[in-house]
Design a protein around this ligand. Sequence first.
Ligand code: FAD
Length: 449
Amino acid sequence: MKKVDVVVLGGLSGITAGISCRRHYPGKKVIMVRKEGTVLIPCGIPYIYGTVGGPENNVIPDGLLENNGIELIKGEAIDVDRAQKVVTLKDGETIGYDKLVFATGSVPLVPPIPGIDKENVYPVKKEFDYLSEVQQKMSGVKELVIIGGGFIGMEFADECRKGRNINVTVVEALPHCLQMAMDNEFCEEAQARLAETGVNILVNEKVEAILGDGKVSGVRLAGGKELKADMVILGIGAVPNTELAAKAGLELGFKKTIKVDRYMQTYTDPDVYACGDCAEKQSFFDGRPTGIMLASIATSEARIAGANLYSPTHQNCGAISVFSTVINGRAFGVAGLTERMANQTGAKIIIGTAEAPDTHPGGMPNSCPLKVKLLFAKDTGVILGGSISGGKSVGEMVNVLSACIMHRMTIDDMVKFQMGTHPALTASPIMYPIVNAACTAIIPLKGIA
Ligand SMILES: Cc1cc2nc3c(=O)[nH]c(=O)nc-3n(C[C@H](O)[C@H](O)[C@H](O)COP(=O)(O)OP(=O)(O)OC[C@H]3O[C@@H](n4cnc5c(N)ncnc54)[C@H](O)[C@@H]3O)c2cc1C
């Protein structure tokens, strides 16, 4: 039996936890056990079918582990004996540990729709060979139906149409695509951008059955309408992969995620930690459990878990939820709460909005109009969330907003924000939309208007 200090089970957040551990405790021997031969960049999966051209162009290099002195074992952990502190792999190999990190992630949610197991119906798994098969099969597909208009469904629709003679239809049960993540005006903008590419978008529609004799030939909507389909992709969410954790006797919490404290230590065992999609999350805003699964949260938790293994170093502040996406060349990003989410919690808010080109003058090459919406708590003026649409700069601007939220900046702080600017790289300092949105929000706060 091998014996090491730390065993990490997982992929994306597992790598991050392993690196964090080695950074803080360079003397510790770390092994990562990973079911997947090759680990994909999960957020890049939709781009396999368009922009990057294949799964081989969307991998996290194993060199990252090697460079950080982490041994990789490709295999599936099937048992954890916490009393003996031993992990057993499918091939019979056993590894003794001092500390164990569960980073076993999530698997796609597969709803019990009749016909869901037909050939050419693909939930989005994060597996190299599986996604390679989807790519090969897609070359003969004429009618692609995507169930779910969240960001995975929308990104798949946008990418799969590229370079293919294919009809793509997105079926979304809610009134808007992306509604769980963005406010209506941004959802409508994203939908319009996707529709411009020729993708059909059906909202307020539910797929009731998947049709076909063995292989999918269509889907039936709840109203009885049928759509032709020779491939169906399911993008309706994910569930935590915690069967092994449950078998090992670890306490599970919200939606079967592993219960952890702010140090990412499991409730059950001080030598076992968990991070990423498999670990329970609390909202940054109200501390309630939340089912959000994002790489931003997973890797933050992983850095915390790795650092805390031998000495409490960092505490988790809760899930802020920051993400971005691109639909037909237009970027969308949200950090923290949307107006819809704030209204659902009954929070009293003040909204500020601003628009400006992301260069100055706006006539610079590749300039793109930016639209920013900020939410502040009415009583304290603390920022609760922000949504942005625009060009490439959205990806980093939304990260700036995440930092503002994490540090509970107020409207006053944001009005005084000193932003670096350059004509080719940013909006004008006079028009900087994050600052100007804060400036417009201060008006109702002070009762000026
Ligand atoms: C198509 C798609 C697009 C996404 N885009 C974004 C995005 O743009 N931005 C964003 O923030 N988030 C995005 N996400 C979400 C993000 O990918 C997840 O939050 C992230 O992958 C979570 O990382 P993780 O390490 O916790 O879990 P996972 O990525 O699920 O990794 C878990 C790993 O554990 C391994 N494993 C599981 N069980 C065992 C076992 N018993 N033994 C050994 N190994 C095991 C698995 O093989 C896998 O490699 C996207 C997700 C998908 C599916």
